[in-house]
Design a protein around this ligand. Structure first.
Ligand code: ACO
Ligand code: OAA
Length: 386
């Protein structure tokens, strides 16, 4: 009955209803520009290709938080702060040690990020200065949470951060218990750059909506984690890998995809609300996926991905998004599929916090309207007569 009420909406009478807020401009922002037709993405004035080729993730974080690139001493200072803040409070480590080993890593990341607020004296200080310090703290600590849970559930000791090098370097060190090579660090760094910011995506919208009530930044990031983990958003990278790993080695991938489409099922890692062509981030990830597959024994996964891309183009004219090739990149690096979305989050925290601070600077409560499609003023029926 309720479903029927939604289906019966007279769209001539209510032309302004916009399911999914598609195309609605709700904010102005200096953080990123997406040209969905051209397949172009800029972060605060810099093309993603330029950043992927030249920047470090830490430089991108500075750019998103300050709308300009850092000078050498500013980058050094930011790196110093990011390294100094990597330790987790003991109760957060204890939560990670004692939570269910089968918990979803994104749920653990969400809960532990929320807990960080309890051990931050500045948690409820909404001043721009405190928000910047908390953004740095969360960016520094989220990788430690992910790595710690990954080790604990595998029955291994938690590895403390080295507090050296880049976020990518220390994350891989904490995850694997050994210092990463230059190439692995570089690949991870580029992945973090590519995932840092993307306009008014669902999780960033959630973060801004939380900010708009004058709540605080840990709540914004916690809510954003909850939004990102859904399979229609950041959770798609895990879903892509699970789809590939569930196929038999001799599977007819083309037939598998055609069958899914015939059943009107979605193929994860494809399609986008804004892009009408290939996601510019996917191009970088595809290149890395191919190279890494050739260096490991996972060439078949790249070949499957390539085939899926062709079928999706032929059948639906739909292109890969950021989640499609990131899946095989992380897999080739030996990372477990259910950690992929966490890696997305440890990058996107920079975009979320940048938007939180931007919203706080120019705030208005976010509160759209709904069209009520139910009954009204019904007579009361006593419980025994219902
Ligand atoms: C980081 C990110 O969040 S990137 C997105 C990650 N999500 C995914 O990869 C999940 C798969 N993709 C999708 O579900 C969608 O493309 C979304 C959610 C990303 C965008 O959704 P919307 O803008 O609402 O588009 P919508 O879902 O209405 O799709 C429009 C049409 O394209 C089809 N379509 C879109 N994506 C796909 C897909 N991945 N596989 C098959 N068909 C698809 C839909 O079935 C629909 O077809 P129809 O008009 O015949 O019904
Ligand atoms: O913009 C979106 O809707 C989703 C996306 O690609 C992202 O958040 O990176």
């Amino acid at each position: 009955m309720t479903k029927q009420a939604h289906a019966n909406i007279d769209t001539d009478k209510y032309p302004h209803i916009n399911r999914g807020l598609d195309g609605i401009i709700a904010f102005s922002s200096t953080k990123s520009a997406i040209d969905g037709e051209k397949g172009e993405l800029n972060y605060a004035g810099y093309n993603i290709d330029t950043l992927a080729e030249n920047a470090s993730f830490e430089e991108v974080a500075f750019l998103l938080w300050n709308d300009r690139l850092p000078k050498a001493d500013e980058l050094e200072e930011l790196n110093k702060q990011l390294r100094a803040e990597r330790d987790l409070p003991e109760p957060v480590l204890e939560y990670i040690r004692t939570t269910d080993k089968n918990a979803e890593p994104m749920s653990v990341l969400r809960t532990a990020t929320s807990m960080l607020a309890d051990f931050d004296d500045e948690a409820t200080d909404n001043s721009p200065e405190a928000n910047m310090r908390k953004s740095i703290r969360m960016t520094a600590r989220m990788p430690a949470i992910i790595a710690a849970f990954s080790r604990v559930r595998d029955g291994k000791e938690i590895v403390a951060p080295l507090k050296e090098g880049s976020i990518a370097y220390d994350f891989l060190y904490m995850l694997n218990g050994e210092r990463p090579g230059e190439k692995a660090e570089k690949v991870m760094d580029i992945c973090l750059i590519l995932h840092a910011e993307h306009g008014m995506n669902a999780s960033t919208f959630v973060c801004r909506a939380i900010c708009s009530t004058e709540s605080e930044i840990y709540s914004g990031v916690t809510g954003a984690c909850g939004s990102l983990k859904g399979p229609l958003h950041g959770g798609a990278n895990t879903a892509v890998m699970n789809m590939l790993l569930n196929l038999d080695k001799d599977a007819d991938v083309e037939a598998f995809i055609r069958e899914r489409l015939a059943e009107r099922k979605k193929v994860m890692g494809f399609g986008h609300r804004v892009y009408r062509t290939i996601d510019p981030r996917a191009k970088h990830l595809q290149k890395m996926s191919k190279q890494l597959a050739e260096e490991t024994d996972t060439v078949y996964l790249y070949e499957w991905s390539d085939k899926i891309q062709q079928v999706m183009k032929d059948e639906k004219n739909i292109d890969p998004n950021v989640d499609f090739f990131s899946a095989t990149v992380y897999y080739s690096m030996g990372i477990k599929p259910d950690l992929f979305t966490c890696i997305f989050a440890m990058s996107r925290v920079t975009g979320w916090t940048a938007h939180f601070m931007e919203q706080a600077e120019n705030n208005r409560l976010i509160r759209p309207r709904q069209l009520y499609v139910g009954e009204k003023n019904q007579p009361w029926t006593p419980i025994e007569k219902r």
